[in-house]
Design a protein around this ligand. Structure first.
Ligand SMILES: [Fe+2]
Length: 417
């Protein structure tokens, strides 16, 4: 695995307690200035509680986004969560802070003062957040090229050594325009893959960046071309527009469909499903329809949640993105939030699930806050090897959730069809 040239996304370990101390001091000063309350132990107690609200919210989000709860919600519930969630990110901390300040100072403070105080704390928090964005915003120099060798039993000999460049989650937007995307894609020029696969989420912000992002992606070349599937953001940006842009730039888009690669008379099938996350448009049965029994299949799915479908066991290898590796990964804790119905432990890396293998890339861009901590942007080169042990994991990503160190994850359908 090649490491990033820049170490700026890897803060020293002392910076975490320093960050908490910074928040608590800032909150205590904001409380003191806006309420006029004396410097007492309770002011500091209140500051500590206020600083705890953020991590608490993230913990709740991880439970909600986990396979036990989120996995059972219907598609309509996701749309509600998506639209209400954006507002909630701002309103809930403010209301929570105001309520805490009022409760902890019930005798001395009116509600209006509590809201004013919470507003000051919010401003302090957002200024701190802006400083973090400036410090931890990735650049092209931070892109890591991950090289993984994957043993696939019964892979035709003619595909032994076949190289797939896996790119995902570019998220081209105002904060990451096409020119910056092209810079992040530069390492791909020297990788010489046989095939390039893109597993979705090309742009954000509706169709504004779609064309230029597709142009940057289509500039990459490989003998077997570029194959793509749609992500949730591609669908939200306008499915028909995305289909048109892919066709216009010569990128083969698989929408619950497959294609067949041939070498010396042997075949390898590349199947691709539509988004299996929030939009629930994946139809794996349709994607595999017509694939001969016993033939080798590599499945592309934006969301790793496709592994919940027992039919996914028909593939020898599944390639996914969507998780961004969590984007913010704390030592000893792992990624603080992973938007996946498969659960937080499947944030990035190679996993054995039942009789198939799943590779999840951290992706090339960022979603929501344009920052990454201990989780650099990534493109992966996967070299397929014929033979080897049945689905033996050959690589485990060190940045995933600590509990994922087990070689064979549980809780996913082991049934083989
Ligand atoms: Fe996504």
């Amino acid at each position: 695995m090649r490491t990033a040239q820049s170490r700026r996304l890897y803060p020293p370990s002392w910076s975490y307690p320093a960050f908490i101390l910074w928040l608590e001091c800032g909150y205590a000063v904001a409380l003191r200035l806006t309420t006029g309350l004396p410097w007492t132990t309770s002011t500091w107690q209140a500051a500590i509680c206020l600083a705890a609200i953020g991590p608490l919210l993230l913990a709740v989000m991880n439970v909600v986004a986990g396979p036990k709860v989120l996995g059972r919600l219907p598609a309509a519930a996701f749309h509600v969560l998506r639209h209400v969630g954006g507002l909630g990110e701002f309103a809930i901390p403010w209301l929570g802070w105001a309520a805490l300040i009022r409760i902890m100072n019930a005798g001395d403070l009116r509600w209006i003062a509590a809201f004013r105080s919470a507003g000051a704390i919010a401003v302090f928090s957002y200024l701190t957040g802006a400083a973090l964005l400036l410090r931890f915003r990735p650049t092209a120099a931070d892109v890591e090229v991950t090289e993984v060798t994957i043993d696939l039993p019964n892979l035709p000999r003619s595909f032994d050594g076949y190289r797939i460049l896996h790119i995902s989650d570019i998220h081209c937007r105002t904060l990451l325009p096409a020119q910056r995307v092209a810079e992040r894609l530069l390492p791909a020029g020297s990788l010489h893959p046989d095939l390039i696969v893109f597993t979705g989420d090309l742009s954000d912000e509706s169709p504004l960046r779609l064309e230029t992002a597709a142009e940057a992606l289509s500039a990459l070349t490989a003998p077997d071309g570029i194959v793509a599937v749609m992500g949730n953001h591609d669908i939200w940006s306008g499915e028909a527009r995305f289909v048109k842009a892919m066709a216009h730039h010569g990128i083969k888009l698989l929408v619950n469909d497959h294609l067949t690669l041939s070498r010396d008379g042997a075949q390898l099938h590349i199947a691709g499903v539509n988004d299996a996350s929030y939009t629930e448009k994946a139809d794996l049965a349709a994607a595999l329809n017509g694939v001969p029994d016993g033939s080798k299949v590599i499945l592309l799915s934006h969301a790793p949640a496709i592994m919940r479908d027992p039919l996914a066991q028909r593939a020898s290898l599944v390639l996914s993105g969507h998780t961004h590796g969590g984007q913010v990964v704390l030592p000893g804790i792992g990624p603080i939030y992973v938007p996946s119905r498969l659960g937080r432990r499947y944030s990035s890396g190679l996993f054995r699930i039942g009789q198939t293998q799943l590779f999840i890339t951290r992706g090339l861009g960022e979603v929501v806050p344009p920052l990454r901590i201990n989780c650099p942007p990534e493109m992966a080169v996967l070299t397929l090897r014929a033979g080897g042990e049945v689905c033996a994991p050959s690589f485990i990503n060190s940045r995933m959730h600590p509990s994922a160190s087990a070689a064979t994850p549980k809780g996913v359908p082991p049934k083989v069809r």
